[in-house]
Design a protein around this ligand. Structure first.
Ligand SMILES: Nc1ncnc2c1ncn2[C@@H]1O[C@H](COP(=O)(O)OP(=O)(O)OP(=O)(O)O)[C@@H](O)[C@H]1O
Ligand SMILES: [Mg+2]
Length: 336
């Protein structure tokens, strides 16, 4: 039997007020996702599609308009006060900019110790031992505990922020572009840290990223998001080999080559039109205004997710046809 998800998000919507009455930014629109322990799951999509809002709503930094978040089968939104705080602590957010989670007036040791205290570790000796262990786990020497975050390099600082998140024994880490701010040379090292942690701690990781190459390497499954909605999801290898939603095909056709010399000559595909506003998203399929395959019926109904292969589904009326063809529509259009 398949392992039960540690995190289950059901029909979640998050909206923000605009200056206009009755108008909202529909940042996350009826999204359902699941994470299992020991799994790294990618969440990709262009800027403004709602990735951070989804992550922030899961950890309770934003309030869900509708929908449910379950942690180990317990619905988080239903809990209040202390119980809610304690349960939610099991879901930790790792920010792109580690300054957001590190207090500059505290040493790294003090920051981690504070988290351990919140987690209920009363004994001073145990806390000291735990700080050393956590620093070691993220690949930092124990001397770092007496340093301030501004004294660390970008990579060290992100490692320290991760150690702080781990101090409360999380079951889930929401990592929001955790390596984007780092130099290329240290990105791979911090990525390897996530891979190690997943194995060692059996934690579930939602890995939010622009860089599809990174997601492909690190995650076993991927969700593709467009204008507040999940348009396709599936096992990474399968989704990358055979993307079956026009938007995913577009995203993947614009992944830069590993070799920068070929990248320069590469013609990138274009999407028609602008990204629509999440205040007034298109009716029916959200992608229809930019889709090369658009048909009349796309404006009438939101396409139901179609299963194209095991655990792989795409919310497009032509999903099965695209999956069977195994050829990107963007390649065809370029050749035409
Ligand atoms: N606090 C807020 N108030 C109003 N609108 C917001 C707020 N936070 C986000 N939004 C809007 O919600 C939409 C989704 O934003 P979000 O930051 O979740 O996107 P993202 O996918 O994380 O983008 P990026 O890749 O640039 O980080 C955007 O249109 C954004 O402008
Ligand atoms: Mg974001």
């Amino acid at each position: 039997m398949a392992q039960a998800p540690v995190l289950k998000v059901e029909n979640l919507s998050t909206r923000f007020k605009t200056g206009q009455r009755g108008k909202f930014v529909h940042a996350v629109d009826d999204v359902s996702i699941e994470l299992r322990s020991g799994e790294i799951v990618g969440l990709v999509g262009e800027s403004g599609c709602g990735k951070s809002t989804l992550g922030r709503t899961i950890v309770g930094l934003e309030k869900a308009h509708t929908g449910k978040v379950f942690l180990d089968g317990v619905e988080l939104n239903r809990l209040n006060g202390r119980e809610a705080r304690e349960r939610r602590r099991a879901v930790q957010y790792v920010f792109q900019d580690p300054y957001s989670s590190l207090n500059d007036r505290q040493t790294i040791g003090e920051t981690i110790e504070e988290a351990l205290l919140i987690g209920g570790l009363r004994s001073r000796e145990e806390r000291a031992a735990q700080i050393t262990k956590l620093l070691d786990q993220v690949g930092l020497a124990s001397v770092v505990k007496d340093r301030y975050s501004r004294e660390l390099s970008g990579g060290q600082r992100q490692r320290a922020a991760i150690a702080r998140s781990l101090a409360v024994n999380p079951r889930v880490l929401i990592c929001d572009e955790p390596v984007s701010a780092l130099d290329l040379s240290i990105r791979a090292q911090v990525m390897n840290l996530f891979l190690d942690l997943r194995k060692e701690l059996d934690v579930a990781i939602l890995f939010i990223a622009h860089d599809l190459g990174l997601v492909r390497q690190a995650s076993s499954r991927v969700y593709v998001m467009y204008l507040g909605k999940i348009v396709e999801h599936g096992p990474s290898q399968e989704l990358y080999d055979n993307p079956s939603h026009p938007y995913s095909q577009f995203l993947l056709s614009s992944v830069p080559e590993a070799d920068p010399t070929t990248e320069r000559d590469r013609e990138l595909p274009m999407l028609a039109g602008e990204l629509p506003s999440p205040v007034d998203p298109p009716s029916g399929c959200r992608f229809r205004t930019r889709c090369p395959l658009v048909a009349d019926r796309c404006s009438l109904h939101l396409p139901e997710p179609a299963t194209v292969s095991p655990a792989h589904s795409s919310a497009c009326i032509r999903a099965r046809e695209m999956h069977a063809k195994r050829r990107s529509i963007f390649v065809e259009h370029r050749a035409a």
